[in-house]
Design a protein around this ligand. Structure first.
Ligand code: MLT
Length: 265
């Protein structure tokens, strides 16, 4: 289930601090943030960049998204899990595998706002999902203190986001805040990603909307070697591109993916 990779760096993590914001409202400043919205915004952003879209323009409102309409831009997003009228796509990650333009304009309920919350207090903002877990871990290796920002659901913590934050925290090692340890406990309680993804309100809303397939899609682990990064804030729009492929894709990752309950270091 969890692939074990061994290497020296696990010990290097000992001198970093890992914090988790269980909701964007509790975010604390850090050099690096990873915004996590497993169901589904982070998964969609990762899938779209992996498919070849050059940029994702994240915005807060439907009106802003509409105002960004231009040839070559795909207008996408959701409200209450549903594609808004007039949009080309909703927020189902699989739908972004086929290129329909050069850029995506995206507005979602929790994931996009979490990007702005992170950008307000962190120097570097990455986007994490299960789809790119290994790539995110390699990118964080040696990157310093990090805050894992869970988008949550309507201002409340979400099990699936907390689960992924716990997986990352447990693997990175280093000094962990209590919220990071809470996230690790949630990760340890779920032997498989799918059980965590199906346990919360987010999944219930997707099931009610007939989008069960999206849950299984988002539960795939480390299938995309892409790290989305917030490259700029253009007014009230967050521009997300693929982080310049660091040496990670050329070098065998050497972090330890720990099984539940095993402390790092
Ligand atoms: C969000 O950003 O709120 C989620 O991605 C919502 C969804 O995908 O339905």
């Amino acid at each position: 289930m969890w692939r074990i990779l061994r290497g020296p760096r696990a010990r290097a993590g000992a001198d970093i601090v890992i914090n988790v914001a269980l909701t964007p409202a509790s975010i604390q400043p850090a050099p690096v943030a990873v915004v996590i919205d497993v169901l589904r915004a982070s998964s969609t952003i990762t899938e779209a960049l992996a498919a070849g879209y050059r940029r994702i323009r994240c915005c807060r409102t439907i009106e802003q998204a509409e105002a960004l309409r231009e040839p070559g831009r795909v207008i996408a997003g959701e409200r209450a899990c549903i594609k808004p009228p007039g949009f080309e796509l909703g927020n189902s990650p699989a739908a972004f595998r086929r290129l329909r333009g050069q850029e995506v304009v995206l507005t979602t309920t929790n994931g996009c706002p979490a990007m702005f919350a992170a950008a307000a207090v962190c120097d570097r903002v990455l986007v994490g999902s299960l789809l790119n877990l290994e790539a995110i871990l390699a990118e964080l290796d040696g990157a310093g203190d990090v805050v894992l920002v869970c988008a949550g659901t309507d201002g409340a913590p979400a099990i699936e986001d907390t689960y992924l934050a716990g997986r990352i925290s447990a693997t990175l090692g280093g000094a962990r805040s209590d919220s990071a340890r809470i996230a690790e406990a949630v990760a340890a309680a779920h032997p498989r990603p799918s059980t965590a993804l199906r346990a919360g309100r987010g999944a219930a809303a997707l099931l009610a909307a007939g989008l069960a397939a999206d849950i299984d899609w988002c539960a795939q682990e480390s299938v995309l070697d892409v790290v989305p990064q917030l490259s700029a804030l253009d007014g009230d729009v967050a521009l997300v591109d693929e982080s310049a492929p660091t040496s990670r894709s050329r070098q065998e990752p050497d972090l330890v993916l720990l099984s539940p309950g095993t402390a790092a270091g």
